[in-house]
Design a protein around this ligand. Structure first.
Ligand SMILES: [Zn+2]
Ligand SMILES: [Zn+2]
Length: 392
């Protein structure tokens, strides 16, 4: 930045937390480790705290409060509110309203509070260290949260809560264990610093490093390695296009402990109305991106008229599938509305209606499958293009 446009002033408390604490940790923890050592009790409790804090941010602050990807019982919400405060990343209200702005204005350097367009450092933690205009609190996008008594209570009592969770609890553990300083260093300090940075990776690295299978309209990326560090939030390209899905890693094998936790909670009756984006829409996004890529590649390729024709034919079929799917969804919606509106007075669905419902479902599944097959064909087309480029 030039001198005529000086950097905004530093925020003292944030500099102390985000720069001071890691420096203290870097010095004190190895020294204590060498001279006094840590034991399994302390390591295990640090790990437990790390996951309780981390998953309260991802499952609570993020997927529940910022995106309403599911509904949670009060017990679960209280747990999130306490352990989330322990993550020392501000209150639910501030966090979620910032995050909603991040989604709405992603990559906009003026309006996205942690825009990746301003660089890796800024999006990781630079944005919290100075009084940037893009970071000014504005709760106009969080009216629903201002009506949630748990959110309001946590916001009002945030400082006390975070002190209890970060100092009080590790102190009690230390007294119980007979090593106050060692426990404070590991369960209090190291756990806090590690959790800070792995969560920050979602705003920084997950916008720079990885693939973009669902959309190239923003910088968010899918990265399995980051998902492992971030409690499942590394499938960030998927998340930015389908933010109301309670999952980030949608395949069963994709590492997303937050999704598994929400699922387990729903089995225990602690969470309900888990929102899943229909598979068709996911396939559609994948195909859309692939068509876009194929078109760009074909534009510069020589002697590829036949491939171009093939691509356009596939694209027509794709549009047709989408139209059919939209029409079928419309029918489905009408049926549900009729049933809910009491137009169909019978309490039980008669055979005819059941049959229609099943037929509709089958047709939707068929369309989903047809998109999957199209992706395979598109893959072959791209391979052919690659071969031609190599031969040329
Ligand atoms: Zn993002
Ligand atoms: Zn999000």
């Amino acid at each position: 930045m030039s001198n005529s446009n000086p950097k905004p002033p530093l925020i003292g408390i944030n500099v102390a937390i985000f720069a001071g604490l890691p420096l203290i940790a870097l010095v004190l923890i190895p020294v204590w480790g060498i001279y006094r050592g840590f034991d399994a009790f302390q390591w295990l409790w640090a790990l437990a705290f790390l996951y309780l804090n981390g998953m309260s941010i991802t499952g609570g602050y993020h997927r529940l409060w910022s995106h309403k990807a599911y509904e949670a019982s009060p017990v679960l919400k209280w747990l999130y509110a306490f352990w989330g405060a322990g993550a020392l990343q501000n209150s639910i209200l501030v966090w979620a309203s910032d995050h909603r702005r991040h989604h709405r204005y992603v990559d906009d350097n003026e309006l996205d509070p942690y825009s990746a367009g301003r660089g890796l450092w800024f999006s990781h933690m630079g944005w919290m260290l100075r009084e940037y205009r893009s970071g000014e609190p504005d709760f106009s996008n969080a009216k629903d949260l201002e009506r949630d008594p748990i959110v309001v209570w946590q916001h009002r009592n945030y400082v006390a809560l975070t002190l209890v969770m970060n100092l009080g609890l590790p102190l009690l553990l230390g007294i119980w264990h007979g090593d106050i300083i060692g426990t404070l260093l590991l369960v209090g300090l190291l756990r806090l610093v590690v959790n800070h940075h792995v969560t920050f990776f979602i705003n920084s690295l997950a916008h720079f490093w990885g693939s973009r299978p669902y959309t190239e309209s923003n910088s968010a990326r899918d990265n399995g390695f980051l998902a492992f560090l971030t409690y499942g939030e590394g499938y960030h390209n998927f998340h930015h296009i389908f933010q109301t899905d309670y999952r980030n890693g949608i395949r069963w094998w994709q590492w997303d402990p937050t999704k598994w936790m929400i699922n387990a909670c729903s089995r225990l009756g602690l969470a309900h109305n888990l929102n899943r984006v229909p598979d068709f829409r996911i396939q559609r996004a994948l195909l859309d991106t692939e068509f876009e890529r194929a078109r760009t590649r074909l534009q510069t390729a020589h002697n590829s008229d036949s491939l171009r024709q093939l691509l356009e034919r596939e694209y027509l079929e794709f549009t047709e599938s989408i139209n059919q799917w939209t029409a079928l969804q419309g029918q489905r919606y009408e049926r549900t509305k009729e049933q809910l509106g009491g137009v169909l007075e019978e309490k039980k669905l008669c055979l005819q209606q059941k049959w229609e419902k099943a037929a509709l479902r089958t047709r939707l599944k068929e369309l989903e499958y047809s998109l999957k097959m199209q992706r395979k064909r598109l893959g072959l087309l791209m391979e052919q293009l690659q071969l031609q480029a190599q031969a040329a």
